[in-house]
Design a protein around this ligand. Sequence first.
Ligand code: BG6
Length: 480
Amino acid sequence: MSLKKGFLWGGATAANQFEGAWNEDGKGASVPDMCTNGTKDSPKRITTIIEPENLYPSHEAIDFYHHYEEDIRLFSEMGFNVFRFSIAWTRIFPTGMEETPNEKGLRFYDRVVDCCRKYGIEPLITLSHYEMPYALVEKYNGWYGRECIELFERYCRTVFERFKGRVKYWLTFNEINSGTMPMGNVLSLGTVKGFSGPITGIKDEPAVRFQALHHQLVASAKVVKYAHENYPEYKLGNMICFLTQYPATCNPDDMLACQKEMRMKNWFCSDVQVRGYYPSYAERFFRENGISVKMEDDDTEILRDGTVDFYTFSYYMSLCASAGEADEKTGGNLIGGVRNPYLEESEWGWQIDPKGLRFTLNEIYDRYHIPVMVVENGLGARDTVEADGSINDDYRIEYLRKHIEQMKEAAEDGVDLMGYTPWGCIDLVSASTGEMAKRYGFIYVDKHDDGTGTLKRLKKKSFFWYKKVIESNGEELAPM
Ligand code: BG6
């Protein structure tokens, strides 16, 4: 089975993880700009002020801000026809609260978008990728403040107008469902007012978190509706961190535990964003967890009118769920879970499960029947640069090859699959740990965890392999 003609092949990034230039040309600080580096075993920290003795990896990152031409040229050499990146809200509205946008910030994205177009690459823009303006954290405790909805709308209206005729695909919030989990406080919701310390030490208040998430869901629906009304050529998508769960055994208690996990962690946000209303199962969850979400009169109508055109998600790994406490645990993206004895895991403890991607694609499409796109997937691994400058990342090729094979199976199963943008197509800063050592790219960047490095770009073996994959529209997957 072949993937459809015009399949979107590319890669994905996020402003705070690769642009650098964190305070250049008027940019304001966002939450990740206040986060230090860390490792798998020693969590990164968030600070309320920039502490000179700390290293803040987003400040320089891989300096895409000054290397965008070179990087987009390399993407084009691989054959990309789509490039997923995010706009940093704080480049356009440095505190999130200004009345007028920062022209220099807009000009940077003019250059990026025009450069993509020059190479025939379709931009796929995430409006908010874990980049809450820090000033909004200080003023409103992030998305807990309903005021953020209007401020976000102003930002989106500005960029929608600026890029009309040059961009077609937009995603509202990256991994919006991270707000259903404690890690969402720092990553997406910005509900960390006044907190300084390791990100694992943030006090989680589910009632605050779900209120903040409600505001994001309303904001997402509002901007989708606005775009549909004013820019009929725009296609708007949601974006979910899909944490596929299997029951640890066929014990009915494990089945129910798994269903519960799948619903509140994976389906809840997209049920709202695709169907346009809160799912019935959420009520009991809220009741049992002491959560009461305050809604305004017209919220129901807004959610109903702002449903998305396509569904996108990230997929890295899967977990098991069980009703028991004793099972062996594993790590993972945003959350850990019960270990699956049939799977291997990456050095960072994420269980590798290509068939889970096929399963997940089918589940999503069965549920919603709208086009689906895999906008993140990949293996975070250490790379070694050989004496001759080559990087033989066969492990990455293996991971991606197996996932693409399963994606093709899903297309054969009948899923309307739009495209594939593996994560961190160029090495960038890890969102969970702040490390550079956890690399995903086809392009290596000489930048290290201690902040040193020449920023030189090198093509990995996977660069040449992915070029072949794209050229053949996914037919030639054999390792090189
Ligand atoms: C996703 C995020 O959860 O996973 C990205 O959208 C992130 O921002 C990616 O970088 C990989 O996670 P990590 O922690 O390895 O960078």
